[in-house]
Design a protein around this ligand. Structure first.
Ligand code: SF4
Length: 329
């Protein structure tokens, strides 16, 4: 297992995992379907493994009362029975979390040890037109990884752990209405030839969310029943549990890549770039459309070394259902 570096102020104990988790040795923690109980090979899902629990050793859960008492909230609380539950009025601006300047020193540690549960109040889909036609209201906000260039924490204060939105049914109902209103896609565009593409992970990482709850599984399963739409999300995390979700070509995972040396510097807690590229073939076999994309441009001052070299923006798409193990170029 290859680990990425940890950020300043953290001891790096909680780095995420590498590609070896995709093909565990007999007796090792296995892989299976997120939310499916057991995977098709009858092994327990990766998220139940000791390795996954080491990556998310949740000790504190801040929760809105309605979120804590919801079915999804209770599922999450049951997954982390030793965590302290602290009720909060809102998942935004939580005193002691977002308002605690001292949390900057514990930036990465907070991402592993803290969860927030809330209800998404605003259900709105807005146009995009780049990798997706539409930006859907996501099932989470915040991320357990800690990329140096991440824009998600900009308005959050001093911490950015995962906030799970527990009202996934409301999100799915909103999407169903939006998709129905669009009808069939009138003509191909750069997002897709025939389907409206919805980005479901704008402010988080659905692969990591799948270690916490069934929100990602619910979205993937629901999208496979919508013939005019596809789900899509970017990720820097190889979660083998997603392989068992049977997306039937209706979910596109965009593995973010950049030069490996730069990624080791910038992509804190993520899966190594080589693992993400290699995993794309496994996801194609599982009928999950996989693409590779680059994160934002990162430029270093002239003459500085080591510095993140500029990485161009490119996307390679492999056809769904293809077994040609074609690495992205
Ligand atoms: S994976 Fe995405 S959401 Fe998570 S820290 Fe990195 S850039 Fe931010």
């Amino acid at each position: 297992m290859t680990h990425s570096s940890a950020g300043p102020g953290d001891d790096g104990h909680d780095a995420l995992f590498g590609l070896d988790a995709l093909d565990p040795a007999p007796g090792a923690p296995g892989h299976g379907g997120t939310g499916a109980g057991r995977g098709p090979d009858d092994r327990p899902p990766f998220r139940e493994s000791a390795a996954a629990r080491r990556l998310l050793p949740v000790r504190t859960i801040y929760a809105e009362p309605a979120a804590a008492s919801s079915a999804r909230g209770r599922q999450i609380l049951a997954r982390f029975p030793d965590a302290e539950l602290i009720e909060v009025d809102s998942h935004w601006r939580i005193p002691g979390l977002h308002g605690n300047e001292g949390n900057v020193e514990r930036w990465v540690r907070v991402k592993g040890e803290t969860l927030v549960l809330g209800e998404r109040k605003t259900l709105a889909t807005r146009p995009n037109g780049r990798s997706a036609d539409w930006i859907a209201p996501g099932p989470s906000n915040g991320c357990a990884m800690a990329c140096a260039y991440c824009y998600v924490p900009r308005r959050k204060g001093y911490a950015n752990p995962v906030t799970v939105f527990t009202n996934i049914d409301a999100i799915l109902a909103h999407l169903a209405r939006h998709i129905a209103r669009q009808g069939r896609k009138p003509e191909p565009n750069q997002c897709d030839d025939s389907a409206w593409v919805y980005d479901i992970g704008e402010n988080g990482d659905c692969s990591v969310d799948a270690l916490i709850s069934d929100n990602t599984a619910d979205l993937v399963r629901t999208f496979r029943g919508w013939p005019t739409a596809k789900a899509s999300f970017a990720t820097k995390f190889v979660n083998p549990d997603l392989l068992a979700l049977d997306p039937r070509g209706r979910t596109r995972i965009r593995f973010s890549v950049m030069p490996a040396a730069d990624s080791r510097l910038l992509d804190v807690r993520t899966s190594p770039v080589g693992d993400r590229i290699a995993a794309a073939a496994d996801f194609l076999d599982a009928a999950t459309r996989s693409t590779s994309t680059s994160p934002p441009w990162c430029c270093a001052p002239a003459g500085k070394k080591p510095g993140p070299r500029c990485s161009g923006s490119w996307t390679t798409s492999c056809p769904a259902g293809s077994n040609g193990r074609r690495p992205p170029r």
